[in-house]
Design a protein. Structure first.
Length: 161
C-alpha cells in the first residue's frame, strides 16, 4: 500500500516550492469535492495506470498556492475563491505543485513509483473509483495549511486500503 506522507514533508514541500513560511495542522473535516466545496483533485497512478493515491485540495489552497508559486498577489487568489473558479494561470501553477507532490509518495521502501496522471478542476466530474476513495473507501489524512501572506487552505491525501 502507498504510504500517506506525514505532515512535515507536506509542509516542507509547500514551503520550499512557494518560498514562504507554511504552517500545517490536522484538518477536522475530510477534504472532498461537493456542491458546497469546490476542490482541485490530483490522481496518481502506478505503471499499470491503477489509481494509487489522490490529493484533493480545496479551492482556497489551490488558488493560494497557485498564486504564491506564480508570484501573483493574494488578491488574485481571493478573486478566484470569490468567483469559485481557478483561472488558467493559477491552475497551471497548482498542477505543478501536485506534480511535485508525487515525490512524497516515491520515498523509502515503497516499490511502486507513482506519477500524476490527471488533475480535475473544481466542478469537473471525477472518475467513480476516485470519488469513492475520496468519500470513505480509502485511508486518508487531511491537513490545513497556512501560507504566509496568502492564508488558509485544506488538503486531503487518500490511498486505497
Amino acid at each position: 500500500m502507498t504510504p500517506i506522507p506525514e505532515p512535515k514533508p507536506v509542509k516542507d514541500l509547500f514551503q520550499d516550492l512557494l518560498g514562504r513560511t507554511v504552517t500545517i495542522s490536522p484538518h477536522d473535516k475530510p477534504v472532498v469535492p461537493s456542491a458546497r466545496r469546490a476542490c482541485c483533485t490530483g490522481l496518481y497512478v502506478d505503471g499499470n495506470l491503477d489509481t494509487k493515491a489522490l490529493v484533493c485540495a480545496d479551492l482556497d489552497l489551490a488558488a493560494r498556492s497557485g498564486a504564491a508559486l506564480g508570484l501573483v498577489p493574494p488578491t488574485g487568489a481571493n478573486s478566484a475563491i470569490e468567483n469559485v473558479e481557478l483561472p488558467p494561470a493559477l491552475y497551471d501553477n497548482f498542477y505543478e505543485v501536485l506534480n511535485i507532490f508525487a515525490s512524497l509518495f516515491n520515498v523509502g521502501e515503497n516499490e511502486t513509483h507513482l506519477k500524476l496522471n490527471a488533475v480535475f478542476q473544481p466542478g469537473s466530474v471525477i472518475p467513480t473509483n476516485a470519488a469513492m476513495l475520496l468519500r470513505g473507501l480509502g485511508k486518508r489524512a487531511d491537513y490545513q495549511l497556512d501560507i504566509e501572506g496568502y492564508g488558509l487552505g485544506a488538503i486531503g491525501i487518500v490511498v486505497p486500503m
